[in-house]
Design a binder for this molecule. Structure first.
Ligand SMILES: *Cc1c(COP(=O)(O)O)cnc(C)c1O
Length: 402
């Protein structure tokens, strides 16, 4: 018999979403009349915008005609999309990158897991607690040691550089699940730490389109020195409703270098390693999808995408304002689709889940499902409809207003 990758035996079982679905089904069975509202949705709900649909339809036509048909595309993505990313996502924010540093892919989830292929299993990885579980599990699968950075009320639910050494650091801003967003000062502290420790930051900016405060960084490369210590993951999933369409990109600056096992400087850049990895294991994103993604950068596309983001931000504000008005302590809900609230005195995350389900018919996500530090917290999301969000806000007010 073959030997399995024994690291899989070290993964913690995740019951979170199965348990939520289970409780929901049971409640609905016992109360068929109850109108349950989910404020736990971690996926977009608004459709692709018309500019994207039109561009994709046109691309389908091209694929169906001999003169414009395309087979395998470039591993790293088509120039038209890479250039649109450089000109719209980076140049206006003063970030100078070149085309060879952008790698278009089918998702930030896959990239943030796959990036581990270019790093040794001997590296120590730092992840925040609470956390997006992908960062932990992909590193456990690879056999790396994972250490946690507590994100508490005192740190504004953002992780701070530790007093121990990490080689790889997973950061996410705006954060899933806490909704916290790094300020330039906080992110500068991380860039300084990474440069001091010769570490690499793996920066997940999947929710950057939700940032409306101009003082907050949307890219880690807005911080001086970050091109010498950070890889950035971005996605069209939350920006433009591509969760089911699949398109993302990863930035691997040419300046990034690692070392050989004997401590000498590696001759090959991390950029070259990632290109080698992608060209070996990946054959690119469909032309049709890349045309759709590029359409968000047209003037119509920009306006349409912004309208959808504003819709979610409006929901976020309704939830946040309602909770604050009721005396809850919460973070997020501004510059982010997630609201992270502290459960009322003494309640565990799951007790609060049961209360919301049974008394208000609202479904959210227990914070304890995202890590130890999540106990006593609860995540609500802005991805529902405006009507559902308003109705949920009314229910919260009726129940909690003293
Ligand atoms: C949704 C999400 C992503 C996006 O992943 P894709 O694979 O691009 O859809 C990345 N990181 C976090 C934390 C997310 O919540």
């Amino acid at each position: 018999m073959v030997y399995i990758n024994d690291n899989f035996n070290k993964l913690a079982e995740s019951y979170l979403f199965a348990e939520i679905a289970d409780k929901r089904t049971q409640y609905q069975k016992a109360h068929p009349q109850a109108k349950l509202i989910s404020l736990g949705i971690g996926d977009v709900t608004q459709p692709l915008c018309p500019a994207v649909v039109q561009a994709m339809q046109q691309a389908v036509q091209e694929m169906g005609a001999a003169e414009t048909f395309r087979g395998y595309g470039p591993y790293e993505g088509y120039d038209f999309l890479i250039n649109a990313i450089l000109q719209n996502d980076y140049a206006p924010r003063g970030v100078q990158l070149n085309a060879s540093e952008i790698f278009v892919s089918d998702g930030s989830k896959s990239d943030s897991g796959n990036i581990g292929d270019i790093f040794s299993a001997a590296n120590v990885v730092a992840v925040s607690d609470p956390v997006y579980p992908v960062y932990i599990d992909t590193n456990i699968m690879a056999g790396r040691q994972v250490r946690t950075l507590p994100c508490t009320e005192t740190t504004g639910f953002c992780p701070e550089p530790p007093d121990w050494h990490a080689d790889l650091i997973c950061l996410c801003s705006p954060n899933n699940p806490t909704g916290a967003v790094f300020s330039k000062e906080q992110l500068t502290a991380w860039v300084n730490y990474a440069r001091e420790h010769q570490a690499i930051i793996l920066y997940d900016a999947a929710y950057k389109a939700f940032i409306t405060d101009p003082s907050l960084p949307q890219s880690i490369y807005e911080i001086p020195g970050a091109q010498e210590c950070a890889i950035e993951f971005c996605s069209f999933s939350k920006t433009a409703g591509f969760t089911g369409t699949r398109c993302a990109w990863t930035v691997v600056p040419q300046a990034l270098r690692g070392q050989n096992p004997d401590g000498t400087a590696a001759e090959t850049s991390l950029n070259a390693l990632w290109f080698r990895r992608q060209s070996t294991k990946f054959n690119g994103v469909p032309y049709i999808v890349q045309r759709g993604a590029a359409a968000i950068y047209t003037p119509e596309g920009q306006a349409q995408v912004k309208q959808v983001i504003n819709h979610y931000l409006q929901n976020a504000k309704i939830i946040r304002d309602t909770l604050l008005g009721l005396g809850f302590s919460c973070t997020g809900g501004e510059n982010s689709p997630y609201i992270w609230l502290k459960t009322p005195a003494g309640q565990t995350s799951w007790q609060f889940f049961d209360l919301l389900l049974n008394e208000l018919n609202i479904i959210g996500t227990p914070g304890s499902g995202f890590g130890q530090q999540g106990e006593g917290y609860f995540r609500l999301t802005a991805f529902g409809s405006l009507q559902d969000t308003q109705e949920a806000a009314e229910r919260l007010k009726r129940y909690f207003q003293k």
